[in-house]
Ligand binder design. Sequence first.
Ligand SMILES: C=CC1=C(C)c2cc3[nH]c(cc4nc(cc5[nH]c(cc1n2)c(C)c5CCC(=O)O)C(CCC(=O)O)=C4C)c(C)c3C=C
Ligand SMILES: [Fe+2]
Ligand SMILES: [Fe+2]
Length: 387
Amino acid sequence: MGRTGVLLLNLGGPEQIEDVRPFLFNLFSDPEIIRLPFPWMQKPLAWLISSLRSKRSQENYLAIGGGSPLRQVTEAQATALETNLKEKGEPVGIYIGMRYWHPFTEEAVAKIKRDRIDELVILPLYPQFSISTSGSSFRLLEKLWQEDPSLNRINYTVIRSWYEQPGYLQAMAQLIAQELDKFAHPDEVTIFFSAHGVPVSYVEEAGDPYQKEIEECTDLIMQTLNRPNPHVLAYQSRVGPVEWLKPYTEDAIQELANEGVQNLLVVPISFVSEHIETLQEIDIEYREIAEEAGIHNFRRVPALNTHPVFIEALADLVLNALNSPKVQLPQVTQMKKQVKMYPQERWEWGMTTSAEVWNGRLAMLGLIALLIELISGHGPLHLVGLL
Ligand SMILES: C=CC1=C(C)c2cc3[nH]c(cc4nc(cc5[nH]c(cc1n2)c(C)c5CCC(=O)O)C(CCC(=O)O)=C4C)c(C)c3C=C
Ligand SMILES: [Fe+2]
Ligand SMILES: [Fe+2]
């Protein structure tokens, strides 16, 4: 029998305040996060946006202690999963591959190679699939596999998404029930699912199944919870001027307050660890909006982190994947609908305009367009639907 490994994929977060800017640069350098028609625009734009955004972002990280807890939480999840699988007689090596900060996915893959892992389960720590999260990590892995043919000796399988997993749904339901029962009148509480948003174009043009998976997941959690409470679903953390999935969390809170809702329980639904968007955005920003609007009983369900029922669910996912037909990277990186802006096609466009000659001039044009965009909020990039 060979060696088995599990590669946990996650986003990563700045550990200290100095990390915020380079972390943002990595994030905005990702074509799955900002989709542009020309690849050479990516780095200048990433540099510009990360520079412009870093002050505000740093303030948010300062409000939660100066850095993201994501690495620590993910490491604790990895240790708990390793222990659980060992107790089940399945010793595995666990590797953490972050997309935008340490420990990077590239380092994890190098370790997997060095440890001569034969069987590998690739498990994103996002319950629902989005092009911008799991999809981006899968595309990076696909690239690493293409660049290094020796990785082909690894017999791997990919778990694309797992929002339907019964143990995960039970862990969510337990946490919600626990928090509901802290209200004086649990039945009068509105359960408010807040998912991380994505631009509408991801769903409508690129065929991102994210919205559908979020909606199904919400319904499954409510069925598992089996309580009579009313519930709503909204999307948080919008970035930039384009339209994102609606309703936006802040609008939905205001609307509920207008309807006279007094008791609100927020459930973060697209992420399994505490991070800036639970600790800062929900606990500070949205709480403030709610209180100002007259919602005085505002609570949030904690993230799953190392909840034992959740860790058991992850272990089940891994064991199941080892005993099921293998899923290969190209099966999870190809969208049903391919958009004009996707990397492959984008490269072709670049080639036909003879990239080398045009690069310099177009880069300047791009930057000018971007500056107009940033100053006016409705510049040329906005008009052609890029931002
Ligand atoms: C399922 C979860 C997430 C989706 C979908 C997602 C899409 C998405 N995000 C941005 C831009 C930013 N995300 C940032 C941080 C961040 N994003 C997620 C999760 C999802 N993102 C997490 C868990 C975190 C925080 C990590 C941490 O440090 O704790 C940030 C940086 C923070 C900030 O400045 O606000 C940005 C920017 C886009 C554009 C996008 C979809 C296209
Ligand atoms: Fe994000
Ligand atoms: Fe975000």
